[in-house]
Ligand binder design. Sequence first.
Ligand code: ADP
Length: 423
Amino acid sequence: MSRVKAGLKIVLLVLGAAMLGWVYGYPATAVIITLTAIIFFWLYQIDKVQSWLSDPERNLPETYGIWSDLLALIYFHQRKSAAVQAQLQSTIEYMQSSLAVIRDGVVMVDEYGVIIWFNRSVEPLLGLRYSEDTGQRLTNLVRDPAFNNYFLAGDYSEPLQFEAAGKRELVFLRVEITHFGEGDRVLFIRDISDSVRMEQMRSDFVANVSHELRTPLTVISGYLGTMKANCEDLPQRYRKPLEQMGEQAHRMESLVRDLLWLSKIESDQNARLDETVDIRGLLQELRDELGEAYPQATLVLELSSEQSITGSYHQLYSAVSNLVINAIKYSGENSTVTIAWFEERGKNRLSVTDTGIGIDAIHLPRLTERFYRVDESRNSTTGGTGLGLAIVKHVAAAHDARLLVESRVGEGSAFTLVFSSGG
Ligand code: ADP
């Protein structure tokens, strides 16, 4: 509207000047003088607006007509964006002050790994100095190889737990990294020493109890064996209980053996397992041994990979034999179990496939928990300890591998160890 008004004003002015000029006999000169005056007036107004824009802190200049409207509009938008900016700034400050007081360490780094900001809790955890270290590359300041490898590898799907180097007492840290913005990352670091110590105590306790149970169990089993061997001297009514006591003592021995083995694998988890394990040879040996022990099943080997694995022969043998024995146990008579060693999508894979009873999908997430059983009523018939898959899971973790389980009720199951290395 103001544009129409301004246009109308100019037209009226020019018309007035033309009429006045016509009265005095110089209409064209009058129009030119009027237009020149208008142009100068506009230039003057533009100059005022421009000098104010270059320093908006100054008071608003006095302008007229369309220039006054334009200035008001600019002023309005400027105030609005200043308010939005102030709000954003206060949100950032609020976020930073809340992150600054939490007990977990928080570090923000840019796409090049240069520290943008970190809170005070990071100082004792990673040894950074608040006043000096912003703007430095994080991996230049944290010298821990486990941390640096994890940070640089860029795969943050699983958090990292590691023992912090250079501390007076044992300190365990857990690091989670998340991407945000364009390549920036935020790291959350927590001291988990207490829970690691608790876990260590629990594991030591189980190992000690199992160890202490071994001697009395051996004595009980020994006497039971002697009594069984001479059972014709015993009254008939003691024979069945004696047999059951023998079976239960044998079960307890298996349980104690598996618990001790699990504790050993757990405590070995951080140790370097550096044997070169020829998986083909291992599987052939396992097939011969289990084929003899379980003649009811046919064990088929499919060895398409030549790759070896760095780790522990003993642990891998025990994990695969648990998988194969399960496959035989949870399949009917005359079953076929296929053991395959192959490479797929750049990873070495070891799979054990059966055509047995299968497992309902709801059980899969809990299957590797100690003593978890799909069907409690079967545990006495199958003779398992309930620790087999927990052992497999720990061996997998110690070898940087994942255990994948695919199964269909009534059709069978496939347990696959996927190693992070490939050929
Ligand atoms: P268990 O000593 O009872 O076999 P595991 O830890 O080896 O203990 O296995 C846990 C449970 O997973 C088993 O009780 C069984 O219900 C189920 N399971 C394991 N392997 C198989 C398989 N190949 N087919 C069907 N069920 C299986």
